[in-house]
Write a protein that binds this ligand. Structure first.
Ligand code: FDA
Length: 585
């Protein structure tokens, strides 16, 4: 019998980054005792992640903090008119419409999710997660270093060190979450096999303050690529200007040759680079911070061992291209949290936790490969621009790009192809939303057959109610006549049995089971009316069928056929829940 007094906490989370802070926020929201530690005296102290995709925002919406994040974030409208130019002040070579902001894609994004894209840097995002987690009961300790752990049948004994006085002490928890970043000690200690390669290439990053509004406010984007011989080194071969705070705080980035050691961060060199990227030799710049980061291509082949589960960069390490790191990390935390909560509360057997690694590892592997491929996909630009391959000055570059000759035509056609390839980095709604979970927490719909992808799987969201997919977004209407998403009437720590007006047998079955973690959603009823008939159009089931949606918004099971008989509905629902939750009926 579980005795809470034997444990200092139910879950101990190592790390306050996107993975750990989200796990903590969700656990605290679900009413689970959770402690979180970080070895530092502060949260993220550099901008790092910023692109926050729709699925990550959906998780934040479910946890009730989407509005807070959107107030702090650079809005979608200012994210995506990305330049390729010889400098910010210089000649434009091309513009990309990024992050779904272009006319061709915006509709897909709006249709696919109630949440817009947003751009919020880690030093703004993490405090929101941590503050709300703390307000909901999570306990935080800064200056606290994870040292080691031992697990047994009942729990985990974790040794921590108070960084301020060197004192070591132990904390007893039922579960340990290693969200301790790319140098994860937890992942190493539980022996997670990491496949791939670390530090493939190096990038220099300089954060600086300078008002660049006159160059960008009329064509806003949080990313600008600079084709300029000064910055033309490395796999990408373009320099980068990234808005941290529109439009007066920026990051200048460029590849450097790792074989020659650390990049040159002398004031003179840094100033010369920034001025060349901006294209203003007189620009006054206040440099805030220099840093380097390295391109990794590595992922763990599984995420858990016994009572210890790893999440975030601890298990997937890759470059920022495609903006997937923090997005994936916080979704790891979101996936794990409800499962831990259900096991801690006794709603599920421990077998449910096996589904965490089974579901998230393929996603981690996919995004590591995608992010690295996104870097390689700059090769066609290098071919167009021929930096350091016969084109050494901006004038030569422009001459080549604009030549009124057959060679010029060919170059411009190459440029078009190069831009189209970048959709896989910058307009890849499918990469962000098309996850299909296969695990014991998902019951396969045997009648559905293999999923056929109607469009490019990486670029386009395919909304479906197949088990393993996230619930499709459709606007319903609440009791006040306001729009509410199918995502809003589900989730929030509970399973949802979604059926239509004709699905009364399901309503009675759920009532009969009387489970504290199961709600019924009848579309068409007041509160979840379907006046646009959008849900009716996309639900892929009979009105008297049912869909079982997990607390994280993924579909666990469905019955596509009409069920009119109470006994059948009860048996089917009970069996599905028993399987998913690893509980004997
Ligand atoms: P993270 O590294 O953030 O946090 C680790 C935590 O563990 C910290 O709190 C640390 O103190 C703690 N810790 C570590 N060891 C410990 C120990 N022994 N004891 C106690 N505490 C310990 N992603 C994205 O989605 N969109 C984007 O646009 C970008 N852009 C981007 C740009 C650049 C330049 C970089 C370098 C990275 C990105 N990313 C990104 C990636 C993103 O920053 C990264 O994936 C997340 O920070 C990972 O979050 P985690 O929570 O896993 O670890």
């Amino acid at each position: 019998m579980y005795d809470s007094k034997k444990f200092d906490t139910d879950v101990l989370v190592i790390g306050t980054g996107p993975a750990g802070a989200t796990a903590a926020l969700a656990l605290a929201t679900y009413g689970v005792r959770v402690r979180v530690i970080t070895m530092f005296n502060y949260l993220a102290n550099s901008p790092r992640a910023h692109i926050t995709n729709q699925r990550a925002m959906e998780a934040m919406r479910d946890l009730g903090i989407e509005d807070v994040i959107r107030k702090l974030a650079t809005p979608w409208e200012q994210m995506g008119d990305t330049l390729i130019a010889t400098s910010l002040a210089g000649e434009e070579i091309a513009r990309l419409r990024t992050w779904g902001s272009g006319e061709a894609r915006k509709g897909d994004y709006i249709k696919g999710s109630p949440c817009p894209m947003a751009d919020i840097v880690q030093p703004l995002m993490e405090p929101v997660l941590v503050q709300h987690a703390a307000e909901r009961g999570a306990q935080f300790s800064f200056n606290t270093e994870y040292m080691s752990h031992e697990q047994d049948e009942e729990g985990v004994t974790v040794t921590l060190k108070d960084v301020l006085d060197g004192r070591e002490y132990t904390v007893r928890a039922r579960y340990l979450v290693g969200a301790d970043g790319a140098r994860s000690k937890v992942a190493e200690q539980i022996g997670l096999p990491i496949e791939g390669e670390m530090s493939r290439a190096g990038t220099a990053y300089v954060i600086f303050n300078a008002d660049l509004s006159k160059y960008v406010a009329h064509r806003p984007s949080v990313l600008q690529w600079i084709a300029n011989p000064v910055a033309g080194f490395g796999e990408i071969g373009l320099g980068l200007l990234r808005a941290v705070r529109p439009w007066n705080q920026w990051i200048a980035g460029w590849g450097f040759d790792m074989s020659k050691g650390e990049p040159d961060f002398s004031r003179e060199h840094v100033l010369q680079r920034i001025r060349a990227l901006v294209g203003d030799p007189e620009l006054e710049v206040e440099v805030e911070k220099n840093s380097t980061w390295y391109v990794n291509q590595a992922y763990a082949s599984y995420y858990s061992k016994g009572r210890v589960h790893c999440a975030g960069d601890a298990v997937h390490r890759h470059p920022p291209s495609s903006g997937l790191g923090s997005n994936t990390s916080l979704q790891d935390g979101f996936n794990l949290a409800w499962k831990l909560a259900f096991v801690v509360k006794g709603y599920a057997g421990e077998g449910l936790l096996d589904s965490y690694s089974a579901e998230r590892q393929p996603v981690g592997k996919q995004i590591v490969l995608r992010a690295n491929q996104s870097r390689l996909d700059y090769a066609p630009f290098k071919e167009c621009f021929r930096m350091n391959q016969g084109v050494d000055t901006i004038e030569q570059l422009l001459e080549r790009m604009r030549a009124p000759t057959p060679e010029g035509v060919e170059t411009r056609q190459l440029l078009q192809k190069a831009l189209e390839l970048k959709d896989y980095e910058f307009n890849a709604q499918g990469v962000e939303l098309n996850q299909r979970y296969e695990s014991r927490a998902v019951v396969v719909d045997e009648n559905a057959g293999e999923e056929v992808w109607a469009q490019d799987k990486q670029l386009y969201l395919q909304a479906t109610t197949r088990p393993g997919a996230k619930i499709p977004h459709a606007w319903l209407v609440d009791k006040n006549g306001l729009r509410t998403s199918t995502l809003d009437v589900t989730g929030k720590g509970k399973f949802s049995l979604v059926t239509g007006l004709a699905g009364q047998a399901w309503v009675r079955a759920a009532h009969e089971l009387n489970l504290p973690f199961l709600r019924t959603v009848v579309t068409g009823e007041p509160g979840s009316a379907d006046p646009y008939l959008d849900w009716q159009r996309i639900r892929e089931i009979h009105e008297a069928g049912a869909i079982l949606v997990r607390p994280d918004g993924y579909i666990a099971w469905r019955q596509t056929e009409a069920i009119w008989n109470d006994g059948d509905a009860l048996d089917q629902l009970r069996d599905a829940l028993a399987l998913i939750l690893d509980k004997a009926s």
